[in-house]
Design a binder for this molecule. Sequence first.
Ligand code: KMH
Ligand code: ZN
Length: 270
Amino acid sequence: MQKLVITAALVGAEVTKADTPHLPVTPEEIVAAAVEAHEAGASIIHLHVRDAEGKPTQDKAVYRKVMEEIERQTDAIIQVSTGGAVGMSPEERMQPLSLRPEMATLTTGTVNFGDGVFMNTPEQLLLFAEEFERYGVRPEFEVFDVGMVANAMRLVERGFFTGHLHFDFVMGVPGAIPATAENLLHLIRQLPEGATWSVAGVGRAQLPMATLGILLGGHVRVGLEDNIYYRKGELATNTQLVQRVVRLAEELGRKIASPQEARQMLHLTR
Ligand code: KMH
Ligand code: ZN
């Protein structure tokens, strides 16, 4: 099996400091969390940022500041979010693409998201795809429900994103695909030949989904964006969540990919 690529989803848009004091929100806290996660074994940093009040923002200036410092201190792959937060416009969400990050997420469909709706209409997907191509950014397709794989492939059929394709299955969001082993197998079966995938289980599904990802030859995303607990009633830090996956992978016979190895596996050209 390939070495394991671990993605650390450190911040997200939904969790607050009131939910967990371990959530990094200032640029300094986010950089420190990224450096620690990288040292613990994460090769990809899935990046959201917050404004001075701790609210989600897609402000390019904040992204630039955080990205520059992570790049200075690590060789991790920086994957910015174009998902942002529910309710943001596509223009707002696309801002960090112009910083030409190595990777960015792209959600290929509209989905209920807790009490909200995460909008990604066919027309908006074309806007996003054009902006990714404009800045030469490689996507990680964020798949919250099964039809989103076919939607991604529709973009590919229209000529976008030639080359290697990488998908992340985000499982267990209320309103989207439940995090079960059967559903994960079904998602994997939808993928085109040669694609790579990772899995991110939400809430208490994080640990079992990560374990399945390791066993099935995929890759794993963990972090406070998706889950704030280490176990029932015990809050986690981002570093602890990454360290746990590293230990599990070692026990189960998967070696951990360095950022440079992850770049080769995902065919990132930088
Ligand atoms: N915050 C969610 C609405 C992404 O980063 O691309 C979207 C999200 C996905 O987090
Ligand atoms: Zn995200």
